[in-house]
Every structure is written in C-alpha cells, then in structure tokens.
Design a protein around this ligand. Sequence first.
Ligand SMILES: [Zn+2]
Length: 255
Amino acid sequence: MLITTNAIILKRIPFSDTSIICRAFTEDYGKVTILAKGVLRPKNITGALLEPVNHIHIQYYNKSNRDIQILKDASFIQQYPIIRNSLNRIILGLAIVEIIDKATLDCNPYPVLYRLGWRVLEKLNDETQNFWLVFAFFLYQLSIRLGFMPNLKNCSKCNSEMSQGGIDEYTGELVCANCVTQNQIHLEENSFMVLKKITSSHLDDLQSLAIKENSILNPIRFLDLFTSFHIEGLKRVRSMDMVRKLINEENNNSN
Ligand SMILES: [Zn+2]
C-alpha cells in the first residue's frame, strides 16, 4: 500500500554505499523505519531531506508484515536553517528528536506528540526565541502528554506547600526542602517560579516571559531528571549528554 503522510526525521543510518535507512515519526502512523534506496547517488536530492530534525512530506510503500518500508518520494515541509547554523540549537534539536525516538513505540500514532515535535522545532528555528525556554517547554509537555505531571505545588511526602525542594531519588517526585534526602538537585524559590511560568504557558507565549537565561538551567536539570526517571527509554538518550555539558558551561559562564 502506498502511504502519503508527513514526518519528522528522527534518525539516519547509512546503508550500503548509496542508500540510507531512516526512522521517521509520521503524523498518521507514528514511528516507521524506511529504506531510501539510491538517495546517496550524486545528483539525488532526496538524501538531504532525510536528515534528523527535518520536517517533510513523505510517500512510502508499506507492508505491515515487514519491519522496514520502502521510500517512494519525499519533499520539504519546513527547512530549519537557523537550527542548523547554531551549535546550541542543533544540539537541542537533535536531543528533541532522539527523545521522541526513545519515548515512542513503533507503528503507534501519537498525533499530539507529533504536533508538539514540529511546533517546538519551528520555535527553535526562530532566532527571537530563547532556545532554553523552548527546550524546557518541550520536556514538560512531553512528560504530561505521556502521563507524568510533576506536582509543583505540594510536597509528595508531607504534602506541605513547596517553595523550594528537590527530587526524591526513590519516587522521582518533588519533595520540599525538609523532606529531601539527597542533593541531586536543589530547586530554590526562583527555579520553582520559573517552572511554574513555563508549565502554565502556551508555546506562542514563551517569548513574552521575562525569564533570565541562567534561571532556566536549573528547571531544565529538574525536567531532565524527572523525565528520565518516569519515561521508559529516556535514560539512554545519548544527545542529552551534550545538552548537559552545554548547561554546565552556561552555568559556569554566568557565575
Ligand atoms: Zn515535605
């Protein structure tokens, strides 16, 4: 059956001298593995479309008893030149698609996550957007879409209202400063405030939030720990190592 849909490219693996296999997160069918024959031949323009982060129209021959489908055709929906020209933005973009890849199952449609994915990448491609805020928004929204909502209001142990605290290493939930046993991450009042702002904002309103760059880093550390704890597969996201390095560098620069 010939399928026509839209997709975000999650991963690309060279296959033979002239072909590639890519993992595409499609709008209608979820994650699909597709063989693109001959696209690395000179003059073939399709190869450039099948790069991680790209948002494309795609046509492929699908057989449900086969693990790998065959590409027929592809064309751009959106190109992301600003993401590709900024080291920070491409690191975050690659982390976003790898997270989607690890957090989803094959051939399982996730229309809400698909929409979140391309909408967030579109913002990442907008120079006027703070890329850290966009990334924090993505982690939080991904988490709630997959059923895990951090309780930012009450301590998960003693139920008292929190203004600062940390993450409990056994439950992965937020606990107040009195209940926190280890110090994997300390969320002081400002971090809580920033988290609350991010979690109550719409993607199109992020730009209007008055948040200082370095005060987003700690909330991202928390969202990273929270999502890695609760969402199966996220402990193995390799590109998050680079994101964490970037966070540490930014933090050192601002101190
Ligand atoms: Zn408590």
